[in-house]
Structure formats: structure tokens, C-alpha cells
Ligand binder design. Structure first.
Ligand SMILES: Cc1ncc(COP(=O)(O)O)c(C=O)c1O
Length: 501
């Protein structure tokens, strides 16, 4: 073990240059082998833990050795989220320009909470938000902020909604104000509403019973008539409908709720409309999706995750609030030690800590800004159109295979389907076989995961366990879809041959 004395409390510049070059080489090597890398590491949880049981060294060790550890025992024990065959959760692949941006943001150590701590960072964040609004057809004079992800973006939107919709000033006494009559209610679709909204109502202390699940149509989109009825009934009972969360690209099937109809209902009743586009908001920039997202520009707020489809390295979320002043009113806070405002120009002196829940904030906007510029409008459109094409390819494979069941049409890049061997098709509804099919689909996903070839996860559609693929990597090619589908079919064939009926 080589030890090293810090130079002026840090590395020497010579070391920085030498190790920095090695770091870039390690990044390049990682990406060179990404296609061949196991997607899920083979090590058991105990084996992983055993790699990280050593004590903190008494005397600091050399950066070369720390980097060697990264190459030998850290990177191999991480899931290859950037692999073209990582179809789990909804994880983007991470853009290379974003990797470099993160290093540069760390280089200047900007705290993007206050204008005075990074004037260009504030402008870059604002410019990125304007570009995004422009790309999706949302008013470009909107407010907004870059967050850690979709949950915090949804949280920011719903807190703003509460401040705006509450029939009293909710800042001093919040939910405990004696002027509150009735319960605040949040509406989302029963099947595809996302669990992050449950997390948000937990954080806001509204209580999980404040979520009203609106019935959905067979295509998994919210039934707006049912929504309208529920709101009227809830109002008549004395409750306070606060916000409707519409999905733009839902977690399982990529459903897009009828935003325009919902916007009309919200406007009629004075309810906040939030469009959760964590997975799919950027589909709005595709001409063929324009109709499906009609009404988006009427939403009071919308959110999306650049660390998903856009491929910005984790973590990065965005929320846009139609009226910037609503956002400021919800989060504005001052203290004598926080003054960052430039008295001569309010706009230039904007502090993002007054526009969102965080105070100190990383310079996340840099990787977003650089990724947007790297691809450009056409590059982004081409990349998103390609994901949609790959989802259609998968759909065709499922449709034409007698042992797979189609569950929905592909809408964006999220696709669910089910293995159901043809010889069981007629009896698939029998409770015992239904359970066996659930187990079979779970096992198929696990076999493919354990093989290291790909990560395919499961979910539940109308109560049944299904296979679920999120095809949002800019690196995925048609052969990755084919190879993964073939592996699923093979696992299905082998496992189902063991079923006794
Ligand atoms: C529709 C939807 N909303 C919100 C979220 C939460 O986003 P995050 O995990 O970035 O907090 C997700 C995550 O997958 C999502 O799919």
C-alpha cells in the first residue's frame, strides 16, 4: 500500500494531471467493454459486502491506489445501467458529455442555490428550463427548477399547488390552520398513477387516504368523466380537491392521460393540474405525439426526469411551473445570512433556493445543458423516435410468438407483455394456473437477469405478473431487443416444460 501526504490539503497538480488522465482512460475502458459486460453482477449480497469491510486507513492512501480499487472492486460490482440491454426500472444510459459535465461541475464546486455562488449556473439552469419548455410546447416564460429526480419534482409541484389552491394563506399554519374545512384531495389514475405521488403526500403529511384513484379505460388512461364525477361528489361532501396528477408516459405501459379534457375539468373546478411526465414528457417534441399530448400547455405544472430518456447521468429531475410567481410564493424564504439578491436587477439576482425545497444544490443543470446542446433538437428527436421504433419491434416479436401474450399497444418506450404458453392459453384464467403463470413470468425475468445478458423486470398488469421492459437507452439497437426476446422465449420454453397440470 502506497501512502501519500496531502499537498496543501489536497493532491498536487502533477498528481491531478496524471491520475486525471488515468480516470479518463478508466471511463473510456468501461464504455469500450459495456456491451460485453454482465448487466447484473454475479456476486451475492454477502460477497459484495465482503469487498467493503476493510477499516478506514489511518494514513491516507495514494489516488492511484484508490483508482485501482475503483477498477478492480467497485465498477465490477455495479449494475451496468448504461448497458444497451439494461431494461429495468426506468434508467437512462448516461451520456458521455454528462459524465464530463459532472467532473467540470465538481471542479468549480458551485453551489447552485444562490446566484452569488454561481451567476452562470443560475443562467444555465434558466436557459435549460426555457429550452425544455420550448421543446415540449409549454410557455417559455414559466418558472421551474432542476431537482434530484421525479419525486422531488412532483413534490415541488404539489407544494406549489397546495399554497395556491388552499382557500387560505397556508404558509403560516399549513395544514393545522383552523380555517381549513375538509380534506385536501389528490387525484390520479387507479392503474398507472405513480407511487412517487404517495411518497409526496407522505412528505406533505396529507395522509395516503388523500389520494383518490380515478378509474381508467381499458387502454389504462384516466377516465375523465369518472374524474369529473368524483370531484363533484367530493366537493359536495365538503372536501377540498387540490390537484389532479395526469400521466404523460406512465410507468408500466407508457399511457398518456387525456390531458386536454382533464385540463378543462381542472379549470372548471379551480383545481391544479400537474402532468407527471417523468418517463415521457419529451415525447411531446415528436410530431406524431402532438395529438396525444394536446392540452399540455394548459397544465399548471409538469415534470420529467432527464436521468431517464434524455440520458443525463443520475441524478437530474425537472419541474416546470406555468406561473413562476406561484413557485416563488411556495418556497420563498429569507434569512439575514442568505442575502444573494442583487439590488440593481431582481432578475439577475434570482436565487434558486427561493424556488424549490433545497438550499444548497449541486450544479446539476450543467450536465443537462451540455447534454441538450450535444444532441441538439434533431439529435434528440431522432434518438426518441428510435426508442419508439424499438418498442414497436418488441411488440411485433411478442405479437407473432404463440407463447407470448400482448397486453397493450406500445405508446412510448415502456412495454409490458406476458409469457403464456399456447397449451395453457384456454386455461390461463383458472386460479391455480393463474398463480403458476405469475410465478413463471417472475422466474423467466430472474433467469435472464442471472444470465447477465440483460435486465428485464416484472410488474403487475390488472393483477397479473408480467414482463416489463423500459427501452430508453440511446445505445440499444434492434439486435439487443432480438437477443433479449430470444433469451426470454428460451427461458419460458424451458421453465414451462416443468409445469404439471
Ligand atoms: C411516472 C413517474 N413519476 C415519478 C417517478 C419518480 O422519479 P424519481 O425516481 O426520479 O424520483 C417515476 C420513476 O420512475 C415515474 O416513472
Amino acid at each position: 500500500m502506497t501512502t501519500k501526504k496531502p499537498h496543501r490539503g489536497d493532491m498536487s497538480l502533477e498528481e491531478l494531471r496524471r491520475v486525471g488522465a488515468d480516470v479518463i482512460e478508466a471511463i473510456a475502458q468501461y464504455h469500450a467493454g459495456l456491451d460485453q459486460r454482465r448487466v447484473l453482477p454475479a456476486a451475492s449480497p454477502a460477497e459484495v459486502a465482503a469487498h467493503f469491510a476493510d477499516a478506514l486507513p489511518e494514513v491516507g492512501i495514494s489516488p492511484d491506489e484508490i483508482l485501482r480499487d475503483w477498477v478492480d472492486r467497485v465498477a465490477p460490482l455495479l449494475t451496468a445501467v448504461g448497458s444497451p440491454r439494461h431494461f429495468g426500472f426506468v434508467n437512462g444510459s448516461g451520456s458521455m458529455i454528462g459524465i464530463l459535465a459532472d467532473a467540470l461541475a465538481a471542479c468549480v464546486n458551485t453551489n447552485a442555490g444562490a446566484w452569488k455562488l454561481g451567476p452562470a449556473a443560475s443562467e444555465i439552469e434558466r436557459q435549460s428550463l426555457r429550452w425544455i419548455a420550448d421543446l415540449i410546447g409549454y410557455p417559455t416564460d414559466c418558472g421551474g427548477i432542476v431537482t434530484t429526480g421525479g419525486t422531488m419534482a412532483n413534490f415541488t409541484a404539489l407544494v406549489t399547488a397546495l399554497r395556491h389552491v388552499a382557500p387560505y394563506d397556508s404558509t403560516p399554519d399549513g395544514l393545522q390552520d383552523s380555517k381549513r374545512e375538509g380534506r385536501f384531495l389528490v387525484y390520479m389514475s387507479d392503474h398507472e398513477g405513480h407511487v412517487s405521488i404517495t411518497r409526496v403526500v407522505d412528505m406533505m403529511n396529507l395522509g395516503r387516504n388523500s389520494i383518490r384513484k380515478v378509474p381508467s379505460h381499458p387502454d389504462f388512461t384516466m377516465d375523465s368523466r369518472a374524474l369529473s364525477r368524483m370531484i363533484q361528489e367530493d366537493r359536495a361532501r365538503g372536501d377540498l380537491p387540490l390537484c389532479v396528477v395526469a400521466q404523460l408516459g406512465s410507468i408500466n405501459v407508457g399511457a398518456i392521460d387525456p390531458i386536454d379534457e382533464i385540463a378543462g375539468i381542472c379549470a372548471e373546478h379551480g383545481i391544479w393540474l400537474h402532468v407527471d411526465g417523468a418517463c415521457g414528457l419529451l415525447a411531446a417534441m415528436l410530431p406524431e405525439m402532438r395529438d396525444a399530448v394536446r392540452g399540455l400547455e394548459r397544465a399548471d405544472s409538469t415534470s420529467f426526469d432527464p436521468h431517464k430518456w434524455l440520458g443525463v447521468p443520475f441524478d437530474c429531475g425537472v419541474v416546470l411551473i406555468r406561473d413562476a410567481e406561484h413557485l416563488r410564493r411556495a418556497f420563498s424564504i429569507t434569512a439575514p445570512y442568505l442575502r444573494g439578491i442583487q439590488d440593481d436587477d431582481h432578475r439577475v439576482g434570482m436565487d434558486f433556493l427561493e424556488y424549490g425545497p433545497e438550499m444548497s444544490r449541486g450544479f446539476r443543470a450543467l450536465k443537462l445543458w451540455m447534454t441538450l446542446r450535444f444532441y441538439g433538437t434533431t439529435g434528440l428527436r431522432d434518438s426518441f423516435a428510435k426508442s419508439l421504433e424499438l418498442a414497436r419491434q418488441l411488440h411485433e416479436l411478442v405479437r407473432s410468438h404463440p407463447d407470448f401474450e400482448v397486453l397493450h399497444e406500445p405508446i412510448i418506450y415502456l412495454y409490458c407483455f406476458r409469457y403464456r404458453p399456447r397449451w395453457l392459453a384456454d386455461r390461463a384464467g383458472e386460479p391455480e394456473l393463474r398463480e403458476r403463470l405469475d410465478q413463471l413470468n417472475q422466474e423467466i425475468a430472474e433467469v435472464v437477469q442471472k444470465s447477465g445478458l440483460a435486465i428485464v423486470m416484472t410488474s403487475r398488469i390488472r393483477g397479473n405478473v408480467v414482463l416489463r421492459m423500459s427501452i430508453c437507452s440511446q445505445r440499444t439497437e434492434p439486435e439487443d431487443i432480438q437477443q433479449t426476446f430470444d433469451a426470454l422465449a428460451k427461458a419460458g420454453r424451458e421453465l414451462s416444460s416443468l409445469i404439471e397440470v
